[in-house]
Write a protein that binds this ligand. Structure first.
Ligand code: SF4
Length: 420
């Protein structure tokens, strides 16, 4: 493959891969100073987290952007008039090794459009991982995208060579999927997810008995949902997430604000805003469900179907449940401390540790690094100062927004004027 052709393919297939956020992505500034293959500037280098929490840079590309499907929200859909390209299996292997040797990357994130059919495509994705592991002795991180509808046998093989597998749900509800991706069926996503979940459980169990049992997808499986393409409310989105976390042992659900890319009556118009703030609020809600002991129904339900964009979901919940406050910092249990707006789990642990030695007042809290900007309205401690009780939720919200330094502040400015 000539250098120019390789660069052209890389440009097309790295650009097409950027819409997939199921590995936490950001750009790289590493540039080519030697005129060799592999200028990483803007060429699909992203970052992700391994099984042990290390941040690694990955070459993020599609095997091909040819696709037999026509999902309305996807830039790779067959009806879209774009430049197409496809890598051969060996080309991806060579590129990965080349970038790896130059220290540009520590691993590979490989996805693909579907050419011919699911198995034909999945077979090639697996072949890349297999060659890297067995022929190149590559021990870097590999994240493979599972192609919906791929056979059980290919999914079993994929997990033996990849660290992480993901299959994207894309659209949060079945009705939305039917509307925007009529070629796809929900079962086609579920089947590989079930297979991966069962294999992970089985391999882990076998490893306890036979130490030489290989690891199967040690970094687990993840999925991605597109937000704002198909009209679902936040309640529906988080119910779907909750269902997938509980039933398929997912490590992560990624939320990707829809970037308008096509003139299609079924979709938001080109030029409409990407719902970045909404995406951020969904991530915060996801975090509260997984690490702060919140049930999805506490944050979103039939009566409250949309997250408040002005405030983070924990603050939103607290403002709707003022009867649960103030919380006494010196006596509250861990579950309730974790529900105080503005307190992360780190602060919760610091408080629990510190109060073993003394009753805490405002000064102690500040000294151990607890941020009181939001928390002050919801707690009491061993002090009479700073009594912020008997304020209404509207008043508290106004006071907090006035002092907010959120990067989304611009979009909150209209709201702020209401509290002037
Ligand atoms: S199958 Fe995947 S790559 Fe093909 S159009 Fe649909 S979302 Fe895009």
């Amino acid at each position: 493959m000539s250098f120019q052709r390789a660069q052209e393919k890389l440009k097309i297939l790295a650009d097409a891969a950027k819409y997939d956020v199921s590995c936490s992505s950001s750009g790289s500034n590493r540039s080519n100073t030697t005129k060799g293959l592999g200028d990483a500037t803007g060429m699909g280098i992203c970052h992700s987290y391994t099984e042990d929490g290390r941040c690694v840079s990955l070459l993020k590309i599609l095997l091909t952007n040819y696709c037999i499907f026509d999902c309305a929200y996807c830039v790779t859909r067959k009806s879209n008039d774009i430049k197409r390209a496809a890598f051969k299996v060996q080309e991806v292997v060579d590129l990965t090794i080349n970038f790896y040797r130059r220290n540009y990357i520590e691993g590979l994130f490989l996805s693909s459009g579907i050419f011919k059919n699911a198995d034909y495509t999945m077979e090639r994705l697996v072949a890349v991982a297999k060659k890297l592991r067995l022929e190149e002795n590559f021990n870097g991180y590999i994240h493979l995208k599972s192609i919906p509808g791929a056979s059980d046998e290919l999914m079993r093989e994929a997990g033996l060579y990849a660290d992480r597998l993901s299959v994207n749900i894309e659209i949060p509800t079945e009705s939305g999927l039917k509307k925007l991706a009529p070629d796809k069926k929900r079962e086609d996503f579920i089947k590989p997810m079930v297979k991966v979940k069962n294999e992970i459980i089985q391999y882990k169990a076998e490893k306890k008995i036979i130490k030489s049992t290989p690891k199967y997808a040690p970094a687990g499986q993840s999925t991605q949902m597109i937000i704002g393409a198909s009209g679902e409310n936040d309640f529906q989105i988080m119910q779907t997430s909750n269902h997938f976390y509980k039933n398929y042992n997912l490590k992560r659900v990624y939320y990707s604000g829809y970037v308008p890319i096509s003139y299609d009556d079924r979709l938001p118009k080109i030029g409409s805003d990407v719902p970045m703030l909404r995406e951020n609020r969904l991530y915060q809600t996801d975090w509260l469900m997984r690490f702060y002991g919140f049930d999805v129904s506490e944050l979103l339900n039939e009566q409250h179907q949309h997250l408040d964009l002005d405030v983070d979901p924990k603050l939103g919940w607290a403002l709707r449940n003022l009867h649960e406050f103030p919380v006494d910092i010196n006596t509250a249990d861990k579950r309730m401390l974790a529900r105080i707006p503005g307190l992360g789990m780190k602060s919760v642990h610091k408080i629990i540790n510190a109060r073993r030695f003394r009753r805490l007042n405002w000064e102690h809290l500040k000294k151990i690094g607890v941020s009181l900007n939001r928390a002050q309205y919801f707690i009491i401690c061993d002090s009479n100062q700073f009594e912020k009780r008997d304020l209404t939720s509207e008043k508290i919200k106004g006071l907090i927004l006035q002092n907010s330094t959120s990067k989304y502040r611009k979009s909150l400015s209209n709201q702020l004027s209401l509290f002037g």
